[in-house]
Write a protein that binds this ligand. Structure first.
Ligand code: AMP
Ligand code: GLY
Length: 423
């Protein structure tokens, strides 16, 4: 089978590594990919949101399966686009259709889905840009901290947690009235604050059946001790050691089953990954958010723990064999530490030469913001590399990743030295 992966991050490099090893994979393409994916696949210089160019590539390279990495093309309807085109008949897509992708594309849509299907989540109200006064009243009538969320996609920046009521109203003004996040904040969800430990769970589903993949915990803040600005993710571990059997059962019964059942009840066509962003409050799981794709850098610890054929797993979504697929998970733990360009998630410089990757023997280095120019690897983004290791436990996996990182050099490099500090 010929496969096209859409995306250019560490997540997509990790997908490409696994899919390229599958006995079912004939030719593998990544659009646009990065220097890492070019080692195992052919990169195509195409943006995943340029649907016409994606179509052309599918035809030209006789692609049978498209794996969508990031949320943006899904929320813009790439799945619907592909299957509604007679020329692309029979092409399979991993990633939901546009209607279901709203679970990530609209916080309000997701909250209504959760409430309709009695899935535990924080209490909320949604306010549009014509309801600024009502939103302020809500602040007055509720106690801090206030969780304000731009309804639409805001590149991970649309959530604000604020203690002071006046500051919360100022922010609401910026979001609703001054379009702080563009159209994404023309509606704002205000949510009850939940206190607890976060974790990420993943399933692959055909809309009716599902396979639970390994879970993970990621570290979103830029600074050590979980301080400073939110990022895409600075590191991750799998499995979270605090995830006991009884919590797993609660997650399956209270969250995963009703979600998949909800897809059927709401006639949401779903073929792809569901990423459950969860928070455990006194060992009870609540949904903080849905994502309609895999996480980055969670993928870089989840997939390396899968020992069975990953492409066959993806294909089973379309062959009716997902339920019977024999998913083999490695008992080892995995850790990844993300190396970023100094300044990220704010402004940073690019084009720094990356050295020392050839000296890393015990970890797998996934490329994210990296390009190759005349044979030289250079930084090309905020998150540059994700250094993944396996070990008997989280600590040994982390030790290996940190010792590998010390062999890698680029100017202004930064990474958190405390991934897993809280476990
Ligand atoms: P989200 O984009 O919805 O995942 O939110 C980003 C981050 O904000 C989450 O990973 C949590 O750390 C935090 N967060 C979101 N919603 C809540 C909530 N209701 N209570 C506490 N923290 C939250
Ligand atoms: N690491 C969080 C995300 O992929 O959304």
């Amino acid at each position: 089978m010929n496969v096209l992966i859409l995306g250019s991050g560490g997540r997509e490099h990790c997908f490409a590594e696994l899919i390229s090893k599958s006995k079912s994979c004939d030719k593998l393409f990544v659009a646009p990919g990065n220097s890492g994916t070019s080692l195992v696949a052919e990169n195509l210089d195409i943006s995943p949101t340029d649907f016409d160019l994606v179509k052309r590539a599918i035809v030209q390279y006789n692609i049978q399966l498209v794996v969508v990495g990031p949320e943006d093309p899904l929320v813009r309807g790439i799945h619907d686009f592909i299957i509604s085109d007679p020329i692309l008949k029979g092409v399979k897509v991993i990633g939901p259709k546009q209607k279901a992708a709203q679970l990530e594309g609209s916080k309000d849509f997701a909250k209504n889905f959760l409430n309709r299907h009695n899935i535990p989540t924080a209490k909320h109200e949604t306010f549009t840009n014509r309801q600024f006064e009502e939103a302020c009243e809500y602040i007055d009538n509720n106690s801090p901290p206030y969780v304000l969320k731009a309804d639409g996609l805001a590149a991970g920046k649309g959530v604000l947690i604020i203690d002071n009521p006046n500051q919360a109203k100022d922010e609401l003004y910026q979001m609703l009235v001054k379009s702080k996040f563009g159209v994404a904040s023309s509606s704002v969800v205000i949510e009850e604050f939940l206190e607890g430990i976060e974790l990420s769970c993943f399933v692959l589903t055909d809309g009716k059946n599902f396979k639970i993949l390994p879970s993970a915990k990621d570290y979103k803040r830029i600074g050590e001790g979980d301080t400073g600005l939110n990022t895409g993710g600075m590191g991750a571990i799998s499995p979270p050691p605090f995830l006991g059997e009884d919590i797993k059962t609660k997650i399956e019964e209270r969250i995963i089953y009703p979600t998949i059942k909800g897809f059927a009840l709401d006639k949401l066509d779903y073929s792809g990954f569901v990423f459950f962003g969860l928070i455990l409050v006194d060992e009870n799981p609540y949904v903080i958010e849905y994502n309609v794709r895999m996480g980055d850098p969670e993928t870089q610890v989840v997939l390396p723990r899968i020992n069975s054929d990953f492409l066959e797993l993806l294909n089973s979504v379309y062959t009716g064999s997902l339920r019977s697929h024999d998913l083999k998970v490695n008992e080892n733990s995995a850790a990844t530490v993300v190396m970023v360009s100094g300044g990220y998630p704010e402004t940073y410089e690019k084009n720094m030469e990356i050295k020392g990757l050839d000296k890393v023997k015990k970890s797998k280095v996934f490329h994210a913001g990296v390009t190759k120019e005349k044979g030289v690897l250079k930084t090309n983004g905020g998150r540059v590399l994700a250094v993944t290791s396996l070990g008997e436990n989280i600590n040994s996996a982390l030790e290996t990743s940190y010792s590998s990182i010390r062999k890698i050099r680029f100017k202004n490099q930064y990474y958190r030295k405390d991934i897993g500090f809280d476990l």
